[in-house]
Write a protein that binds this ligand. Structure first.
Ligand SMILES: NC(=O)c1ccc[n+]([C@@H]2O[C@H](COP(=O)([O-])OP(=O)(O)OC[C@H]3O[C@@H](n4cnc5c(N)ncnc54)[C@H](O)[C@@H]3O)[C@@H](O)[C@H]2O)c1
Length: 243
């Protein structure tokens, strides 16, 4: 028996890295998994730009009721990384690059949640998992726009979780995953070397999939799950007594 036997699951950004590892894990746990990505890698995967609100409505109308949705697609700011000289930390990001990162990392999560939540609330069950980042909990140097979007999605998860709880236990849960550095194409080889030289761990994407399983098991609305080195644990910091 798998933890997701018989469930229908959607993973965005599931053609690579963390999303791919999560899709594999959910299948191994018994789920039927739909992968949606801007660059699908096979005919089984669905083409979707998560920043396109109309595309979300079209996609959901073609899928069966979803038990779990993992909003995972994300990008970093082209041209900025942790190892950059911080001489021009904001002005070297073009308007287009700024709009692109907000579009994927924040709009993509907001539009996705907005498209799938009504069905979950109506059915009285469902789990939304969002891949945020440790950069959503602290001030990661270098990619400022990325860090801002990840703080925003952590805020979205906290506020949505509190709202779902306030409305009585709807049976619907939302959680954020906050990994540190993960070995995926998102982190350029030279950045990985820089991170390793700083003594920080770079983990396998399967660890993030394990954190997603733990978040689904725990069902704590608005929770944030730190995934760092060997550690997977819920963030204990709370705001104003809310999770
Ligand atoms: N790799 C890390 O160190 C790390 C750490 C913390 C959080 N994250 C987050 O994990 C998530 C997955 O990143 P990853 O490291 O697996 O990177 P990745 O580049 O391997 O995978 C990201 C996937 O998202 C897809 N994507 C990009 N733009 C999209 C769009 N507009 N619509 C749909 N799909 C789109 C890409 O095609 C790709 O398949 C991201 O949200 C990222 O911010 C990554």
């Amino acid at each position: 028996m798998g933890q997701l036997d018989g469930q229908h699951v959607l993973v965005t950004g599931g053609s690579s890295g963390i999303g791919k590892a999560c899709a594999q894990r959910y299948r191994a746990e018994g789920a039927t998994v739909y992968v949606a990505d801007i660059r699908p890698q096979s005919s089984d995967e669905i083409q979707l730009d998560v920043s396109d609100s109309a595309a979300w409505a079209a996609l959901i109308s073609t899928l069966p009721p979803l038990d779990m949705v993992h909003l995972n697609a994300g990008i970093t700011t082209p041209g900025r990384s942790m190892s950059d000289d911080p001489a021009a930390p904001l002005s070297d990001v073009t308007d287009d690059a700024y709009r692109a990162i907000v579009g994927v990392n924040l709009d993509g999560v907001y539009f996705g949640a907005r498209a799938v939540l009504p069905g979950m609330v109506e059915r009285g069950s469902g789990h939304l998992i969002v891949t945020a980042s440790m950069a959503g909990l602290g001030g990661m140097p270098g990619d400022i726009a990325y860090t801002a979007t990840k703080h925003a999605v952590v805020g979205l998860v906290k506020s949505l979780g509190a709202t779902l709880e306030q409305g009585g236990n709807s049976g619907v849960c939302v959680s954020a995953l906050c990994p540190g550095f993960v070995d995926t194409p998102l982190v350029a080889r030279e950045a990985q070397e820089f991170i390793a030289a700083m003594g920080m761990p770079v983990i396998e994407p399967s660890r993030v999939a394990e954190a997603a399983m733990q978040a689904m098991e725990a069902k704590v609305n608005g929770s944030q799950w730190i995934v760092w080195g060997d550690i997977i644990r819920q963030n204990e910091q709370s705001d104003f007594g809310l999770s």
